[in-house]
Ligand binder design. Structure first.
Ligand SMILES: NC(=O)c1ccc[n+]([C@@H]2O[C@H](COP(=O)([O-])OP(=O)(O)OC[C@H]3O[C@@H](n4cnc5c(N)ncnc54)[C@H](O)[C@@H]3O)[C@@H](O)[C@H]2O)c1
Length: 434
């Protein structure tokens, strides 16, 4: 059984199924298809299935021309028909892992994908979970379900976890350049998963268990959230001390060892950084353990959007204006630059707070033509001299590369820059920096 699967993988004859064709699943599926595998993407969202079937990409990092050529050469297809899972030799689960309102893990998407696999399971399949989740999920949730069919894991079927480290919008490190960590339920499971990924990824790092592989991802994102929390706290202090946090980071990062720069901002967002550490703190609580660093970082980071609103209010105040009734233009609405993902974006908290305080809010984002907030539909305005000039305050929340910052500096009465996007513009009266 194992040798036949190994041969199929090495010869690129293995059929690969990807469950969830989002920011993670689509680039991964495209990479396997480009390497010569036949890839079937499974998604409940029929719009995504139809776009892929027409050869269109909806993820900025994946060019439509790649999807089109892979679909027409029958290397890539998409479907919502889960019965086809039975035909797959390897299945990779890339479904969302959000938080409930109570900030507890919501693994319902993993459960439903596991049910779909279970209903179509056969001997010889390799199943890998890539969704970020708490340590223990693969062993405690997937293993009992798939291993409860009389099939022996490590002999009849193979199960592993491999954290996804893709960084949407990062032109330097794409899927194939980012080393892949894998941990299986057994040694054989690890070997098979490592063999599969080594077909498309330059470096594969095996670890001793699924639990360790799950923990690796949470260490990486906890490290980020804690350091972002620290630098946000120092940004608040630097403002009080009248020194520039940006200048200090630039100087500190010249130290060739022992320092890695993190930057302050309007708060954290996205499906990972703002979510994953809560998976760890939730699991830690089941061991009677409190993850104090995570809670503290969360407290500081979630204060940042409100701090930005305070800086807007302060800036208007020095111009003898009240926030109520002032026209505020938010520039950049996504959670980070050069992507179109708005999930958990701090810009949404800032917008909500400004609306609540009765400011007149407009936004400009070259990558998001419109969005809804609390039932209110907003369309991106054009970034023109007139629109900028008619606003009481322009707030740079997301520093997309394509934005004409000179146009903003030349025409705005007041700018609050939360990202140091205006670093090349020397001190000017109309700029308030974080
Ligand atoms: N976005 C990132 O930058 C990133 C990076 C690393 C890890 N991750 C992790 O990867 C996972 C996926 O994230 P994403 O950003 O790709 O999510 P996404 O929302 O962009 O995509 C998930 C897709 O799964 C589909 N789906 C949900 N349940 C399904 C089911 N039962 N069957 C078939 N399709 C189903 C959804 O329709 C959606 O298209 C999450 O656990 C996330 O934490 C994301």
């Amino acid at each position: 059984m194992i040798n036949s699967l190994k041969t199929k993988i090495k010869n690129k004859d293995a059929n690969i199924g990807i469950i969830g064709l989002g920011y993670v699943g689509l680039p991964l599926g495209v990479e396997f298809a480009k390497a010569g595998f036949t890839v079937t993407g499974f998604d409940n969202d029929t719009k995504k299935v139809s776009e892929i079937s027409k050869g269109n990409s909806y993820i900025l990092d994946v060019p439509s021309k790649d999807v089109k050529s892979l679909v027409s050469s029958k290397k890539l297809s998409a479907t919502s028909d889960k019965s086809l899972l039975n035909k797959m030799d390897a299945i990779i689960i890339c479904v969302p892992t959000p938080l409930r309102k109570t900030k507890e893990p919501d693994i319902s998407f993993i459960l439903s994908a596991t049910e779909d696999i279970n209903s179509n399971l056969r001997k010889g399949q390799l199943i890998i979970l890539e969704s970020t989740t708490y340590p223990g999920t693969t062993e405690e949730v997937i293993l009992p379900k798939l291993g409860g069919n009389g099939l022996k894991v490590g002999k009849d079927i193979y199960i592993a976890f491999s954290p996804e480290r893709v960084d949407p919008g990062n032109a330097k490190y794409k899927t194939k350049d980012i080393p892949k960590v894998v941990g299986g339920i057994s040694e054989t499971c690890t070997q098979l998963a490592a063999l599969l990924y080594s077909q498309i990824i330059k470096e594969v790092i095996p670890v001793s268990s699924t639990r360790s592989a799950e923990m690796v991802k949470l260490l990486e994102n906890t490290y980020r959230i804690v350091n972002i929390g620290l630098i946000n706290e120092l940004a608040l202090l630097c403002d009080k001390m009248g020194v520039s946090v940006w200048e200090i980071i630039d100087a500190a990062k010249t130290k060739p060892f022992g320092f890695m720069p993190f930057y302050p901002g309007p708060g954290v967002g996205g499906h990972c950084i703002s979510t994953d550490p809560h998976y760890l703190s939730w699991k830690a609580r089941t061991y009677g353990f409190e993850t104090k660093f995570i809670e503290l970082a969360e407290e500081t980071n979630s204060y940042m959007p409100h701090y930005v609103v305070d800086r807007i209010t302060g800036g208007l105040n020095t111009r003898k204006k009240a926030l109520k009734g002032s026209k505020v233009l938010i520039v950049g609405i996504t959670y980070k630059k050069d992507i179109n993902d708005m999930r958990e974006s701090p810009a949404l908290t800032i917008t909500n707070s400004l609306i609540e305080k009765q400011a007149k809010v407009e936004y400009y984002d070259p990558l998001v033509p419109n969005f809804k907030i609390d039932g209110l539909e907003l369309d991106s305005v054009a970034l023109t001299k007139e629109n900028i000039g008619s606003c009481d305050c322009v707030v740079i929340v997301t520093d997309h590369s394509s934005i004409d910052y000179k146009l903003i500096v030349d025409n705005a009465g007041l700018i609050v820059d939360t990202r140091n996007a205006l670093r090349d513009f020397k001190e000017q009266k109309n700029i308030v920096r974080l």
